[in-house]
Write a protein that binds this ligand. Sequence first.
Ligand SMILES: Cc1cc2nc3c(=O)[nH]c(=O)nc-3n(C[C@H](O)[C@H](O)[C@H](O)COP(=O)(O)OP(=O)(O)OC[C@H]3O[C@@H](n4cnc5c(N)ncnc54)[C@H](O)[C@@H]3O)c2cc1C
Length: 222
Amino acid sequence: MAHSDSPLGNTKRTTLHRVPHKEVKDRAVLHQILDAALVGHVGFLQDGHPFVIPVAIARDGENLLLHGSKASRLFKTLASGAPCAVSVTHIDALVLARSAFESSMNYRSALILGVAQELEDDEKIRAFDALTDHLLPERRASLRPLNADEIRQTTILSLPMEEASVKISSKFPADDESDLSWPVWAGNIPIEHRYGQPIPDPRMTHPHPLPDYVKRWPEGRT
Ligand SMILES: Cc1cc2nc3c(=O)[nH]c(=O)nc-3n(C[C@H](O)[C@H](O)[C@H](O)COP(=O)(O)OP(=O)(O)OC[C@H]3O[C@@H](n4cnc5c(N)ncnc54)[C@H](O)[C@@H]3O)c2cc1C
């Protein structure tokens, strides 16, 4: 088992075998991938069958936070100590080669394996705040405080990122030399992720100006 300050991909099951030069060992890169993501796909087994479910994520140091309803199958299963895998992927470009075989995508992708712990009391509230602020930084402080029912109805899990791997593909088409003269356009088409214009909720009872933390956020995550 790896430690939180150890390099990535250093257990047998997180060692990359296919195209190993795309492996990244630096934990700072894992942090960047997770901090830029809103959603992770959580894989787990139930009655011997694998399920993969998308949920909101936020990073807290070397832990990944997840939250959901106490009644949720996913959260009940993970809170009982079931092992899980969380996958997070950003697609950065289409890589259009001269052949179908070499056509692909540029991506940044992370996988975390482990067993999540349920958080309680102050840790639970702090994690709730972290998840809220991850959705849109600085917003939590202006929201109605959580009430006891909301806290009770929610399970918050913390997954230690001790065992994780990162794979990054950032390249031009890797066509064979013999294909370079094939008469077709080849190259990359970058994929940009951006936020649109904010749309006020029609049920807003007072005319609130757009907060600075929204105005500061137009470029979004990268
Ligand atoms: C972008 C995004 C963010 C989300 N964030 C959260 C979050 O932070 N917390 C949270 O609790 N939930 C979140 N959800 C909802 C989440 O995906 C699940 O629906 C929810 O957690 C209930 O999961 P469950 O396994 O307990 O549901 P169950 O209702 O018990 O699942 C039963 C079956 O319903 C189907 N199903 C359930 N969820 C989905 C789904 N999302 N897509 C397709 N089929 C599905 C599957 O076949 C599943 O096996 C999010 C969904 C999306 C798309």
